[in-house]
Structures are given as structure tokens and as C-alpha cells.
Write a protein that binds this ligand. Structure first.
Ligand SMILES: Cc1cc2nc3c(=O)[nH]c(=O)nc-3n(C[C@H](O)[C@H](O)[C@H](O)COP(=O)(O)OP(=O)(O)OC[C@H]3O[C@@H](n4cnc5c(N)ncnc54)[C@H](O)[C@@H]3O)c2cc1C
Length: 403
């Protein structure tokens, strides 16, 4: 009797999903669910947090705005409201995503962390395990993002530092650091924007620029730099586009090398395409660097009890450290028996071919091209699955059947 009951309990935890399983309810998961529903294909989204777009809701700072103009950040099938500004705030972006989900009746299953996803060749099905259920489907769409987990580097001496150390994923506002000497490790978009925010709240930021970085103005004579680059690259070789961008940058921002932000040898767009490294779009940090309010430091050699020693021999005291050291994909930790991804959790096939794997596996939002890449992946995937869907006769009942 006992074992029979156990079997029943186990069976109740097994969920057959009629359409694809989508892992992640960020912009990518929502976009692909919407595109599928346009083709009449139902889907189930599994999301580890308790809300949609958890990156935007929980892991971004207060003053964040979209880095790119809104026309480059729209999801497929539904644009931004016309009254939104050119660069929507994070709150506007979240409200857009909420309207998007409700418009397409997308209801993710929240608090479902995917722990293992495995393809069973004998049944031709994907088994996707969360802490509560095992979901089974013909298709698995990975939408967990390039930024799933904060990346925290190991820096010698971190454990002895007396002040606070926080990753940008928990940074909200410079008001928490008023009057403090803050070491910001990293000089990408987050490092630059957090340093600027700290300045505006009368903190004293020192930003570490260990690697080379391309800083470009967000706009050139009122036109989005990103938009200009996209338009020019349709007509001219990338090297020429890069030359133009660098010329304009040096005219508008000056020689960034002079301020400790060394430029890579390869141009910004060529570098982005080859390595995925995004240029920084300046929203005001350069002016603070020039005025000396943000101090740029070379690499950190060691963290000490009260501060840090730098590669150039300087030693300074700090009250807090903020790690603007980026994020990593988490796919390798839960996707099993599949060699579609690199060990860093990115598809091995470069854009535009990284959206489709074998055995009904798909990925959305791993293009290193932001939301534009997401939109392209989502419509490709929906078209592909819709073709197969039409040939499969399924029950017209509810799309989740408890086995
Ligand atoms: C600060 C910041 C600013 C940005 N600004 C822009 C911009 O202006 N324009 C632009 O185009 N791009 C921008 N980006 C890039 C950004 O990655 C995308 O905008 C967008 O959030 C990516 O959407 P996504 O759905 O692919 O990933 P995410 O938004 O990261 O969503 C992934 C979801 O998957 C969930 N998840 C992860 N692992 C699991 C698991 N094992 N089980 C279940 N659920 C899981 C997460 O909780 C999350 O909700 C920015 C990124 C950052 C960090």
C-alpha cells in the first residue's frame, strides 16, 4: 500500500506540457511565448523568481534607463507606448513588459527553478526538473539570459576588507554611500553608471579600469550612436564605420586614453561582433572623469583591511567596494548531455545561427545583441516550432495535463 501511495505521489509531480517548455520569464521568455501564441502554439514558462523580468525588477539600480533608444528595445508584435521617452526608465520598461505579458495572456509558473534538463533519446522528449515537478515536452526553449548569475571575481585580500563589498546586482542608489570613498571594480556600462551615480550623491568613486575599453558618446549630434552604427554598417565595411565612430568619439569625448581608459586596438563594432564585448555608451561619466570627480585607477593588486593596493604601486583607503564585474550564463549548471553550449554557457554557433540546437532544443536571448537579438531569435523559433506543431494532432484540452 505504502509503495503504491508513493508511486501516486511521484506521478502527480510529473507534468506533460503540450507545447514547448520555456525556461526564464525575462524579456526573451516573454517574447518567444508571445510569438508562439501568435502561431497558435501554447507554451509553459518556468521562472525561478516570483515575477517576470526579475533582472530588471530586482537586480538593477534605481536610475537605470535603457542604454539604447526604445525602437531598438521593443519586443516582437507590440511596441512601446508612444508617450514613452526615447530612453525609457527601468520602471517604464518593466511596466511595458507587464502589459506585454498580460496582452498575450502569458502566465509563467513562478518559483520554479530548473535544476536539471535532460533529453531522453528513447522517448524523444525533454525532462525538465524543478524543485517541485518534472515537466516533459518535445521542445525546450532556453531563455535564462546571458546575465543569469552575478560574476564575483576572486581578488587577493577580499576576505580581510573591513568595509562592505557588494556586486552591482544589489546596488540601488548612491544615497547609500554618501560621503564614502568607494572603489568601483570594472569600467563597463555598469561601472561607469554606478560611478556617475555615486558622484551625484557626493560619494568619492575610484573606478578600476584593468582592461581596455571603448567609450562612445551615447549620441552624436542628437542621433543615437548605436542607430548610426547600424545604418552605416549596411553600406560600409565595419572598419570604416569604426573609424567614423572613433573620430566622432574623440571629437565629442576627447582622448579617453589620456584619462586612463585605454582603447582596444580593434574598433568598437568589430570587437563587439568578434567577442561580444559591448562598448560603453557614455551618459555623463566622462565629464566627471575629466573633472577628477571619478578617479580612474589601474588594476587592483590586492585588497587590504582598509582599502586597496594598485598595480602602479599606489595604495588607497576605501569605505566600500562595488563589483561592477558583470554576469554569467548559468546554463551549464543545469542542462545535461548536450554540447550545444560552451563552458561559459553561450551557444557555440555564433549569431544568427545560435537559436536552434538538436532534438527540439532552442535558445533565445544569447546573441550578445541585446533585445534586438531576442526579437530575431523569438520569431525564428516560433516559426520553426509552428511548422512542426501543425503536423502534430494534440488534444484541445488544457495545455498542461497532470499525468
Ligand atoms: C544593467 C543592464 C542594462 C541593460 N540595458 C539594455 C538595453 O538598454 N538594451 C538592450 O537591448 N539590452 C540591455 N541589457 C541586456 C539585457 O540582458 C537584456 O535587456 C534582457 O534583460 C535580457 O533578457 P533575457 O530574458 O534574455 O534575460 P533576463 O532578463 O536575465 O531573464 C532571464 C530569466 O530567467 C530566469 N532564470 C534564470 N535561470 C533560471 C533557472 N534555472 N530556472 C528558472 N528560471 C531561471 C531569471 O530569473 C530571469 O527572470 C541590459 C542588461 C543589464 C544587466
Amino acid at each position: 500500500m505504502g509503495s503504491c501511495k508513493e508511486k501516486e505521489r511521484e506521478q502527480a509531480k510529473c507534468v506533460w506540457v503540450h507545447g514547448p517548455i520555456i525556461v526564464g520569464a525575462g524579456p526573451s521568455g516573454l517574447a518567444v511565448a508571445a510569438c508562439l501564441s501568435e502561431h497558435g502554439v501554447p507554451s509553459v514558462i518556468l521562472e525561478r523568481s516570483e515575477c517576470i523580468a526579475s533582472l530588471w525588477q530586482h537586480r538593477t539600480y534605481d536610475r537605470l534607463k535603457l542604454h539604447l533608444p526604445k525602437q531598438f528595445c521593443e519586443l516582437p508584435l507590440m511596441g512601446f507606448p508612444s508617450n514613452f521617452p526615447k530612453y525609457p526608465t527601468k520602471h517604464q520598461f518593466i511596466s511595458y513588459l507587464e502589459s506585454y505579458a498580460s496582452h498575450f495572456s502569458i502566465q509563467p509558473r513562478f518559483n520554479q527553478t530548473v535544476q536539471i534538463a535532460d533529453f531522453d533519446p528513447s522517448s524523444g522528449l525533454w525532462n525538465v526538473q524543478t524543485q517541485d515537478f518534472e515537466y516533459i515536452s518535445r521542445w525546450l526553449i532556453i531563455a535564462t539570459g546571458e546575465n543569469a548569475e552575478p560574476f564575483i571575481p576572486k581578488i587577493t585580500g577580499m576576505e580581510v576588507f573591513q568595509g562592505s563589498i557588494a556586486h552591482t546586482s544589489v546596488y540601488k542608489s548612491g544615497s547609500d554611500y554618501k560621503g564614502q570613498r568607494v572603489l568601483v571594480v570594472g569600467c563597463g556600462n555598469s561601472g561607469m553608471e554606478v560611478s556617475l551615480d555615486l558622484c551625484r550623491h557626493n560619494a568619492i568613486p575610484h573606478m578600476v579600469a584593468r582592461n581596455t575599453v571603448h567609450v562612445l558618446p551615447r549620441e552624436i549630434f542628437g542621433f543615437s550612436t548605436f542607430g548610426i552604427a547600424m545604418a552605416l554598417s549596411k553600406w560600409f565595411p565595419l572598419r570604416l564605420v569604426d573609424k567614423f565612430l572613433l573620430l566622432m568619439s574623440s571629437y565629442i569625448l576627447g582622448n579617453t586614453d589620456q584619462y586612463g581608459l585605454r582603447r582596444p586596438k580593434t574598433g568598437p563594432i568589430e570587437l563587439k561582433n568578434a567577442t561580444g564585448k559591448t562598448p560603453v555608451l557614455d551618459v555623463g561619466a566622462m565629464a566627471q572623469i575629466k573633472s577628477g570627480k571619478i578617479k580612474v585607477m589601474e588594476g587592483v593588486k590586492e585588497i587590504t583591511r582598509n582599502g586597496a593596493k594598485f598595480m602602479d604601486g599606489q595604495e588607497k583607503e576605501f569605505d566600500s567596494i562595488i563589483l561592477a564585474t558583470g554576469y554569467r550564463s548559468n546554463v551549464p549548471t543545469w542542462l545535461k548531455s548536450c554540447d550545444f553550449f560552451t563552458k561559459d554557457g553561450m551557444p557555440k554557433m555564433p549569431f544568427p545561427n545560435g537559436w536552434k540546437g538538436e532534438n527540439g532544443l532552442y535558445t533565445v536571448g544569447f546573441t550578445r545583441r541585446g533585445l534586438l537579438g531576442t526579437a530575431s531569435d523569438a520569431s525564428n523559433i516560433a516559426q520553426d516550432i509552428a511548422g512542426e506543431w501543425l503536423t502534430i494532432k494534440e488534444s484541445k484540452n488544457s495545455h498542461i495535463i497532470l499525468l
